[in-house]
Write a protein that binds this ligand. Structure first.
Ligand code: DGJ
Length: 744
């Protein structure tokens, strides 16, 4: 791995074993040109031969020159209006109202390792040998400001991280109207764009579309990354599959309003950009002030989508998530939400906890409804005082009793919200986000606290601290259940209102960090009405996220499959819930519900004190199985084998690093008569190893399992009665556990 600088041609080559990223400073124009990004190519002392300057009718920067049009140069952080008419990466308005900028190259620095981003989540290194960073400084003399573009390449991961920083070094005030984290011009448009689409309870459904001329984009303007689009985009070659071909991933480490966009121009160039959504964004920069963009993480794979996912999984699991829980085995939890909703008292909770303990479950999580007068979703958010009618000894007493049963105790908070019947709302109406003289829209009867105000963040911290500090709390579920409307902060000056959405998210990060600093041993699971803030920004603070409020095992296949595109299995909150399922009314066998939830953080969300003895036995076995295989499921290499977006079956698997163990999940939709033959071709095994498959007599070699596959249809020769006795059911699933057979 390294970053080479060709001094004569002013070219930078960032490379590791598999990827190359080459940029140059354009002569005379002095801006950054993108020369190449893709599979590793050898280093040359000059890449001048890779220069495209066609003669085209256009506006040119210099008199007598016909090839100095930025419209026809592939750039890395373009501005608008100096011969380029495509969407720019940045736009800054100066005192005279002009938003023309011309940042020109001044210097570069190559740094071992990777710098942290002030107040923002970002990937990191533990040792400076893991990555190298290039910082390019450009200056616009007219507006006296600096632009610093940062590029980090990891040694062992095919990752380039980018961010940008703008510094006002002049006397005049500047307004940053747009500052993307990344922009890159790829030389053609032979791509399909993959992204997610969704809504509450059906997050992360994958969509694929061919790139066409014009702009195609995903975005959020809701104050959170949102259920609608997760902040990632993938460009894949049309012939690329899960396991072959060229794929580029772009993932934004941010939890607020974002934009991901690809603009294909008439010459086939694809301009990809990602960052804070510029709509309604305006950041005032006084003299000496800086604006730092969030980080965007690019992954290149020449081995299909799955390899790209594995790179993101490893990076986000080990170099984005932090703290004690990053590598530690996560507890199997029972959450009372779908078991009781708001209708509980101490005895009901303790009875669930006692049953959970009998079954081997490790953590009890008390969800919404433990505070104030909250018996439905109309009241009390913001007053984090235990409800002594439901819980006579408060959270302190309850948590102690749960610990005495032998479980750890976890608690739900929704720190960013407030209901109008609370003390905090009545005493501080100015702490609520709301435009004066306008209607105040509610979402689930609640309003959003103005986290751009430090005072508010500190107040909420103190109220949480009172509860956490006086009880035995090992886990927090950090929920957020509505988007921002009528955005306006009463604490910001009028020319700073465009900063609110970003400042809000910075406030959320600040509060999370305060909680982590004081309680580093607490495991935080983030949640936003399910997956409305399932993003890399939150993963920096909370290593797991509740993926969706839809707990139906069949619906979950799509949600978890889509989420796995970028996020590690150890981050995907998944529970076994009751049937008929509360969201869709579907009845799915208990073992299938477990087989789906294993490929996530794993836990339960049903009333364990009212289930049958037979169900208890199944759950006991599920808990035993998950405990035995937690580390493999969470730290192993994940492979997608059959897509629920393409057929009615789904399959995926994990393989241990040494390839000695693997677990394969296979799931069916509706049961079919007289079914066709079927096999699952596995991935990632050692072709030369011999594997046993638990529950089957035969042993198979890795090459057989990967090329011929696991044979799903049975050999009924001489077993007629078995054939007639077999069970037919909708939503059946099978789990195959493979172990290397060593002594043969
Ligand atoms: C939304 C979450 O996604 C649910 O799991 C639950 O915690 C409810 N909020 C509680 O109000």
């Amino acid at each position: 791995m390294g970053i080479k600088f060709n001094e004569n041609t002013r070219e930078f080559h960032l490379y590791n074993k598999h990827i190359s990223y080459i940029i140059r400073i354009i002569d005379e124009i002095e801006q950054v040109e993108n020369v190449y990004y893709g599979k590793k190519i050898r280093h040359r002392n000059s890449f001048k031969h890779i220069t495209e300057r066609e003669l085209r009718p256009s506006c040119n920067m210099f008199k007598g020159s016909y090839t100095s049009s930025l419209e026809h140069i592939k750039q890395d952080y373009p501005s608008y209006g100096t011969t380029d008419y495509r969407y720019p990466a940045c736009s800054i308005t100066s005192k005279n109202g002009s938003s023309i900028t011309d940042f020109q190259y001044k210097s570069y620095e190559i740094i071992r390792g990777k710098k942290a981003l002030k107040d923002l989540p970002a990937t990191y290194v533990e040792d400076n040998e893991e990555a190298e960073t290039l910082e390019i400084t450009l200056v616009d003399d007219v507006i006296e400001s600096k632009l610093i573009l940062s590029y980090t390449i990891y040694k062992e991961l095919d990752v380039i991280c980018r961010n940008a920083k703008i510094i006002n070094e002049g006397d005049e005030i500047l307004f940053v109207d747009r500052a993307m984290s990344l922009s890159i011009d790829l030389p053609d448009s032979e791509f399909e764009m993959i992204h997610t689409t969704g809504a509450w309870a059906r997050e992360c459904h994958l969509r694929k579309r061919k790139l066409v001329e014009g702009v195609q984009s995903i975005h959020s303007l809701r104050g959170a990354s949102s259920h609608m689009h997760n902040p990632f985009m993938i460009l894949k070659r049309p012939d690329a599959t899960e396991h072959t071909g060229e794929v580029y991933g772009f993932s934004l480490v941010y939890s607020g309003n974002f934009l991901g966009q690809v603009e294909v121009d008439p010459y086939g160039i694809s301009r990809v950009m990602m960052g804070i959504n510029p709509y309604n964004f305006r950041w005032k920069l006084n003299k000496g002030e800086k604006f730092q963009t969030p980080e965007c993480v690019m992954v290149y794979s020449s081995e299909g989508l799955n390899k790209m996912s594995q790179t993101y999984h490893k990076l986000y699991r080990t170099r984005l998530a932090r703290g004690k829980w990053r590598d530690k085995e996560r507890p199997i939890l029972i959450n009372n939400w779908e078991a009781t909703y708001f209708d509980f008292n101490e005895e009901k909770i303790l009875s669930i906890a006692r049953s959970a303990k009998e079954l081997g479950i490790e953590l009890f999580v008390l969800d919404d409804g433990w505070f104030g007068k909250r018996n439905d979703d109309k009241s009390s958010l913001g007053d984090w005082v235990p409800n002594l009618v439901k819980l006579p000894e408060g959270i302190k007493g309850l948590s102690k009793k749960v610990e005495d049963i032998g479980l750890k105790f976890g608690l739900w908070f929704e720190p960013e919200m407030v209901c109008s019947d609370t003390k905090i709302y009545k005493e501080h109406p100015e702490w609520v986000i709301h435009t004066p003289s306008r209607n105040m829209s509610h979402g689930r009867n609640q309003f959003v606290l103005d986290f751009s105000q430090e005072e508010v963040v500190n107040y909420v911290f103190d109220s949480m601290d009172k509860v956490i500090g006086s009880s035995e709390i090992s886990y927090i579920k950090w929920d957020m259940n509505r988007y921002i409307t009528e955005a306006y902060s009463r604490a910001l000056e009028e020319d700073r209102q465009g900063e609110l959405f970003h400042r809000y998210i910075l406030g959320v990060y600040k509060l999370l960090q305060k909680v982590i600093d004081k309680y580093p041993n607490i495991l935080i699971e983030s949640c936003a009405g399910g997956g409305a803030r399932f993003d890399p920004g939150m993963l920096y603070y909370a290593p797991q996220t509740w993926a969706s409020d839809d707990t139906d095992g069949f619906e979950r296949l799509k949600i978890q499959y889509g989420t796995s595109m970028i996020y590690p299995i150890s981050a995907i909150g998944s529970h076994v819930s009751a049937v008929p399922n509360h969201q869709v009314g579907r009845v799915i066998p208990l073992d299938t519900r477990g087989n789906v939830a294993y490929f996530g953080t794993f836990g339960y969300e049903l009333n364990l004190s009212t289930i049958t003895d037979k169900e208890k036995e199944v759950i006991k076995e599920q808990v035993r199985f998950f405990k035995e295989n937690k580390l493999l499921l969470h730290h192993g290499d994940f492979y997608r084998l059959m897509s629920p977006f393409e057929k009615s079956e789904t399959s995926w698997m994990v393989v241990s690093e040494d390839k000695s163990k693997a677990i394969v999940g296979y799931y069916k939709g509706l049961s079919k008569p007289n079914e066709k033959y079927n096999r699952i071709k596995l991935k990632g095994l050692d072709p030369n190893k011999l594997y046993s498959i638990e529950g089957r007599e035969e042993t198979c070699c890795g090459d057989e399992l990967m090329n011929l596959g696991i044979v799903l249809s049975k050999d009924y020769t001489g077993k007629f009665s078995e054939y007639y006795e077999r069970v037919h059911e909708d939503f059946m699933s099978q789990l195959f556990v493979l172990n290397e057979v060593k002594d043969i």
